[in-house]
Design a protein around this ligand. Structure first.
Ligand SMILES: [Fe+2]
Ligand SMILES: [Fe+2]
Length: 271
């Protein structure tokens, strides 16, 4: 168990990249078209690609907050944002190799589709929360944990359901990096939450009241719901989500018995 922020950062920085240059250079792109890709997963891949890319925007948003000015978090985010950017790039290349063309300007196009309201709202939210300063670190870290764990488990489901060998190979390495991100955020959240009851109460309130699945807001709700219902469909999918995502969050200080995420996802996957 880590005792300080610095220890978590040192651990993160000691992790080798799963998507090393050697790994990326050996991706058998030529084989992609030899296997079938169920078209139902194409919008899922596009969504995931864009949300990976949006990390850059989230990164800039977080930099405006006291959390982003924290030296440890800042250092983490420098590496983290480059890792997420590569995930986006690889998913885009996979789509192309699978015969789904995207334009050179896919990033600009994805960004242009973000509703203005989302940008304004997140800006206001950041400023509204500034007075809470450090107490809000914990909530940010819990939020980050949920996003990373959801992404990780979403990729796991996608890999299992799509059964495309090249995709699974790429996702396997991406998942290793998402797992490292999840551990970083989870451990930071655990430490920040254990510091003060006010932080725990604030974080629980914020997640319960405001959490929405990763990407929603920047992406229309209908697209988020499509991804969730495709990957976590039915009772079985919901149980998987509960076991892998919610239970991880519920192990954080102040989150015992928390069911807010499953409650939010249940109507989507059971529809
Ligand atoms: Fe990622
Ligand atoms: Fe990540």
């Amino acid at each position: 168990m880590f005792e300080t922020d610095k220890e978590v950062l040192d651990w993160y920085e000691a992790q080798p990249r799963a998507l090393s240059k050697e790994f990326v250079d050996r991706i058998p792109w030529r084989d992609v078209a030899n296997y079938q890709l169920n078209p139902a997963f194409v919008p899922v891949l596009v969504y995931m690609r864009d949300v990976e890319y949006f990390t850059e925007i989230y990164y800039r948003e977080l930099m405006r907050t006291p959390t982003g000015r924290d030296p440890v978090i800042k250092k983490f985010m420098n590496r983290w944002s480059t890792e997420e950017a590569l995930h986006a790039e690889l998913l885009n290349r996979f789509l192309n190799e699978a015969g789904i063309p995207t334009t050179e300007k896919w990033q600009a196009e994805a960004k242009a589709k973000i509703p203005w309201r989302y940008t304004v709202e997140s800006f206001i939210l950041d400023y509204a929360l500034t007075p809470f300063g450090k107490s809000f670190h914990a909530a940010h870290m819990v939020w980050g944990t949920i996003n990373e764990v959801t992404t990780l488990q979403g990729y796991r489901r996608l890999s299992e359901l799509a059964r495309h060998p090249v995709l699974s190979r790429i996702l396997g390495a991406i998942m290793l990096e998402e797992s490292v991100h999840s551990n970083f955020f989870w451990n930071m959240a655990r430490m920040k939450l254990s510091q003060a009851k006010f932080s725990r109460d604030l974080a629980r309130f914020i997640i319960k009241r405001f959490w929405s699945p990763v990407g929603q807001g920047a992406k229309p709700e209908s697209e988020t719901n499509y991804v969730i219902s495709t990957l976590f469909r039915g009772q079985q999918g919901l149980e998987f989500f509960n076991r892998t995502v919610e239970s991880r969050v519920a192990r954080l200080p102040g989150f015992a018995g928390f069911t807010g995420l499953t409650e939010r996802v249940a109507p989507i996957v059971q529809a």
